[in-house]
Ligand binder design. Structure first.
Ligand SMILES: C[S@@+](CC[C@H](N)C(=O)[O-])C[C@H]1O[C@@H](n2cnc3c(N)ncnc32)[C@H](O)[C@@H]1O
Length: 159
């Protein structure tokens, strides 16, 4: 199975990079795990709605350019569908069983994902109504993907 996370911008903090590296190492026995970073669009602090839409559209094009037609895309979205870790784990197992061996997760930049990316997504995953920083989201998602494999293996990691 190939699992890819597409994120916007480089992970700046050393401790976030260390956490991702740890989960990448742990996941390597289950899947080919890859993080793809697309450049963020530099923008001033204060933006009009039209400027924000433009930033999201540009970042969205960069995200879409990294997705192949065969990839099953799960967009991380606050308004997406919440589910317990056990359900998420079963969905990952089912995707693989039913021929989706390329799963791509997409995390938006500081303004979020463009409608075009949401449109391309096969599913939307929410971690609840709280807004998380996109860099931290990469770490949390990596842990949940690792947890999913541990659940599917029946490991006591998941209690
Ligand atoms: C800072 S948030 C963007 C906030 C923006 N207002 C929005 O609604 O998407 C950056 C990205 O992190 C992800 N994200 C943040 N919190 C999330 C949550 N609770 N559930 C799922 N994804 C989340 C989403 O992909 C989002 O596009």
């Amino acid at each position: 199975m190939n699992i890819k996370i597409i994120g916007v911008g480089k992970l700046k903090e050393k401790y976030f990079r260390a956490a991702i590296a740890e989960y990448a190492k742990r996941l390597s026995r289950f899947a080919k795990f890859e993080i793809v970073e697309v450049p963020d669009e530099k923008a001033p602090e204060k933006l009009s709605q039209a400027q924000m839409d433009q930033v999201m559209a540009t970042e969205g094009e960069r995200i879409l350019a990294k997705i192949k037609p065969k990839e099953y895309v799960i967009a991380l979205a606050i308004k997406g569908k919440e589910r317990p870790s056990e359900v998420f784990a079963k969905e990952i197992a089912d995707l693989s069983t039913y021929g989706h061996s390329d799963i791509t997760f997409v995390i938006g930049g500081s303004l979020g994902l463009s409608p075009e990316v949401i449109e391309r997504a096969d599913d939307q995953l929410s971690f609840g109504q709280l807004t998380m920083p996109h860099q931290l989201m990469r770490v949390v998602l990596s842990e949940q993907i690792y947890r999913a494999f541990m659940i599917n293996e029946g490991s006591p990691y998941h209690k």
